[in-house]
Structures are given as structure tokens and as C-alpha cells.
Design a protein around this ligand. Sequence first.
Ligand SMILES: [Zn+2]
Length: 247
Amino acid sequence: MYVDAHCHLEDKGFNKNRDEVVNRARDICVITSGATLGGIKRALSLKKKYNIYLTLGYHPSKVKSDDKIVNNVYNLIKDNYKNILAIGEIGMDIKRDNPERQEEIFKKFLYLAKELDKPIVVHARGYEEKIFNLVDIPTMFHCYSGSLDLAKKITKEGYYISISTLLLFSEHHKMIVDKIDIDYILTETDSPYLSPFKGEKNEPKNVKLVVKEISKIKEMELDEVKRIIYNNSVNFFREKLTPIFTK
Ligand SMILES: [Zn+2]
């Protein structure tokens, strides 16, 4: 069994062919992340239709929203805590404005995760070090693209590095996979983003390519890598995962 630990199956871009995308992912445990007010509502309704898992959070790109929206998201997550594996994605992004406000919102959801006793999935583009210094609960660094040095500190702390489909065309990511302990690696696609194929939307099935590439880099059997990453996912998300299907 493969695990796509972070994607956006609730993205409107899948409205026209979501059933096909699900059919192509039949041996994959899919964890979808609703990270806007609309995205969270869509993710919650998908959970009724498919055997999928949820993380819910607030994306740092939404830094311009006022407190009312942030609080709506906060309350929606709180009300649905039994339906989610983790809070996320939450975090900070160097390409977005107003880092002070981003940090304030991030901390609000970090405290919520502590209150609900949930792990967190962080988006930390350009702020990997800062986020690492702010967190003190189990954390998955979604689509990690920071330095090797920090990656080693993250795994030493017992946190997880999630490797996305970027691995397929990035020497930096290959180097990181080569040098860090496989016991702290998770895999994801961030679908519909980060497609390994030009002109195509990314989708959960492509997580297989990530696992295959890791087995190549680590010079380990594919089945062994699959087993380890599945176990890492179960450890982090604290739940036995099963592949996606239409209910
Ligand atoms: Zn994402």
C-alpha cells in the first residue's frame, strides 16, 4: 500500500473527473488537505463519498483574510476534530506578504492542534528554520525543500520530512532523500500541484513514482520502502490507513 500523505482532492480542478482520479488510485491511502474555508467544506463532503482521510488547516497564502474568516475556519476544524488526522496545512510562505500576520495565524492553529492533541502538517516554504523553531509537537514538513542540515535536525527531533513529486526532477530533493533516515520520510503528491508531467494535473497515483524513486536512491527493495513509508505514516497520523474507494 502506498500513502499520499498530502494532496488536495477537494480542489475544484478535480470536479470534472474526480471519480476517475479515485479509480486510478485504488492501491493508495489518500490524505486530502482542506486549507481554505471552501476547501474545508468540500473536503468534509468528500469524506462522506470516499474512503479518504482528512487534515484541515489554513493555508498561509490566505494571509489577507480578516479575523472573521480565520475564526470560521478555526471553529469548523474544532467542530470536526473527530474526522481529521491532523491540523494542516498551516504555516508560513516567504512568497507571501505580511510575515507577522502569517505567524500569528500559524500560532493560532498550532495552539489548536495542541488543544485537540493532533499532529500538524506544515507548509514552510522559505521559513523552514523559523517553523522548526516554533513547533514542539509531532510535525510533518509537507513538500520539504529546505537545507540538508535542517532536514537532519528535523528528523533527529522525530519529526517527518514529506517528499513530493518534486523528487522526480530535483537534484536537491534526491540528495536529501539519500542523506536522511528513511524512518522519517513520508510521501505525497500535493495534487493537483507539482505534476511530474508537463501539461497534466498531478494526482495521487503519481505517489508511486515517488516511492519508486526513493527505492532507487536508497538502493532498497520497492516493497521494503513501501512498507517502511506506510508504517511511518501510521506512526505519524496515529491511525491504520486503508486505500481510497468510493463508498
Ligand atoms: Zn498543499
